[in-house]
Design a binder for this molecule. Sequence first.
Ligand SMILES: [Zn+2]
Length: 424
Amino acid sequence: MILRSRFVVPVSGPPIHDGAIVVSEGRILALGSWPDIAAGTGPGPMVDLGETIVLPGLVNAHCHLDYTGLVGMLAPPRNFPDWIKSILAAKAGFSDADFTTSWHTGAVQLVTSGTTTVANIETMPAGLAERRAATPLRLHSFLELTGVRQQRDPVSLVAEAIATLDRCRSGPGAVGLSPHAPYSTLPALFREAAQAARKRGWKLTTHLAESLAEFEMFMFRRGPMFDWLHGQRPCEDCGLGSPIQHAAVHGLLGPDLLAVHVNYLWDEDAALLGRTGASVVHCPRSHDYFHHQHFPSDPLIAAGVNLCLGTDSLASVRTEPGRRSTLSLFDEMAMLAARDNTLAPETILRWATVHGARALGLEGMIGQLSPGAHADLIVLPAPAGIGLVAEEILHHQGPVLASMIGGNWVWHRPGYEPAGLVLT
Ligand SMILES: [Zn+2]
């Protein structure tokens, strides 16, 4: 199959005007200008995508699909522990069926808004294999581990998680472990999860240095999170250093870690993340919802940290009056561009594509259009009088025109039906 479009944006190379992509057996065989590709390949089925921009499918490096139904239910809190209390109360009113519906609704929102790969935090082991099979997304399922409130032994908790994930590994994505956060786990769980994941070549992810309250708890043994938790959790590990240092001491930092949020850094933290090769996932709308301090992109970039983007969950996304928020990396890119005008549109697009791929160990396979990569791509309208293509991409809102994963069309907008575009 040959796809022709007004613009092909490989991300790994400069945009191609009147471009074409040759797709065979789920992979990209070649790409270039339409005249060159047409001359080189001879007759074959061609899909003319029209006045469009084709770019790699987006890589959402942090999501909670099962919280999609909590959209608009939680008002921005006074402090972070208050939000945790309010989400725990809201979740208590949700049944397993509610969470399952929520998960599927979120997956559809991602597919239609241009995500083709997602790192999702899974809180429900039951039904995970069925949910994985039900979505065309390249789904990386990270099973959430906490254990503090239930006083679970970290060794058995991790063993149980691995047994669950071993039953669910089929499909186009992968599985991994997500010890939830420093404050909601014991240090032994960080160590046990890191060891077990690395033994299997799995990725790890955790919420890290998200709030000022978490930073104060670990750094200074004070603040609203410490006050709330010190009766519920052993706190010998508090007052010893920053959350990043805590993760380092307990063996979590490494090139296989996706550290989510990382809003509050101590002096050497950026360098420490850079040295260990951990990726950092920024979630711009969640960051805005909590009114965190400015995301420290400058020191992280200077330290060579791989920065990528995630949607987080809709439980921590502001809902504008009259517009129901949905999971969309385009909305995250737009929020980031609005909050930080020092970042070029091309940089933001790289965070949402190749950097996410690198974090998941799939650089060259997803997040870019290049020979040998998976044919994961999305189609956007290219309006007449288009200026900079990267800027046009960042301004896109709503569903994409069409989405392909592994060479299969998995979505097209009603009314956008070029000849040859057939859903599988
Ligand atoms: Zn999260």
